[in-house]
Design a protein around this ligand. Sequence first.
Ligand code: NAP
Length: 304
Amino acid sequence: MLEIGLVGLGTIARAQHLPAIAANPGMQLAAIASRNARLDGVASYPDLAALLAAEPAIAAISLCTPPQGRFDLAMAALQAGRHLMLEKPPGATLSEIGALQDAAQARGLTLFATWHSREAAAVEAARAWLSGKTLSSVTIEWREDVRKWHPGQEWIWKAGGLGVFDPGINALSILTALVPDVVLLRADLHIPQGRETPIAADLHLSAQGVPITATFDWRLAKDEIWRIRFETDQGTLMLDDGGAQASIDGTVLHSGENREYTRLYARFAQLVAAGQSDVDLAPLRLVADAFLIGTHHSTHPFTP
Ligand code: NAP
């Protein structure tokens, strides 16, 4: 039985992590660390330091806090000899993740940087269909209403919170899982006056000469669009609903229910058992590149 300590009882921890851990017969939620919350029947601590000090038998920590400040928590968990699973993005910077990789490796611990959208129901089917076909272009459209999906989350508007790249990096995680050698050519970042992160972004990328465009926009008031369109020599593959459904020229190839976090925790258990780590920085590198070369455009102030 792998005992897990979970840190940060916010939106994603409650909606996905708690049910996924509960559904895994080889795992047990042994404790939580939360500034505000308590869970009935589960040891609850005000912070990770208190959890680590009181619970030496907990072998693994899952961090569900915002990216800013995650590094100190992650390093504390590794230095206390615990395996570690990170929500996406794995950190606020690339350099801090390198330091975590070194710390995990030096102690023989598992570090798992998760990308939940790669576990969406139709991503594997899309990969299989694309295999052997010649890609001519990719178009990403990732639009949602920030007021619906991120109510009250001030951290997403602060430096390191990624702004619209918080959902956009999910699209980039699918893209980089399916298409090799993606590089960023140009980025336009639309930043509301008085905020530190973009509310929208337009990217131009390339993969071995194949043009890729991405539009990320938080200003959609209607239903969300999480779509990637792959044009090939043998038809058009559409990945919709964040990777849950794949269709070819309008005919559904595969669709399925959301088991993203069930799969992530199963993979975490496998990695721990095998003494391995899984850290792919490709999606975060593209976001970092967008912040490096992106042209900033000031846009209307955002009121929650
Ligand atoms: P959230 O609702 O704001 O929850 C984050 C939790 O982290 C808070 O409730 C708080 O829990 C803890 N926390 C610790 N330090 C904090 C700080 N300085 N500011 C705010 N919260 C702090 O955020 P979330 O949506 O769950 O996102 C957390 C991570 O999961 C992010 O990296 C995000 O990209 C990722 N994620 C989110 C979603 C989604 O749909 N929301 C989906 C996939 C991944 P306590 O009060 O218990 O301490």
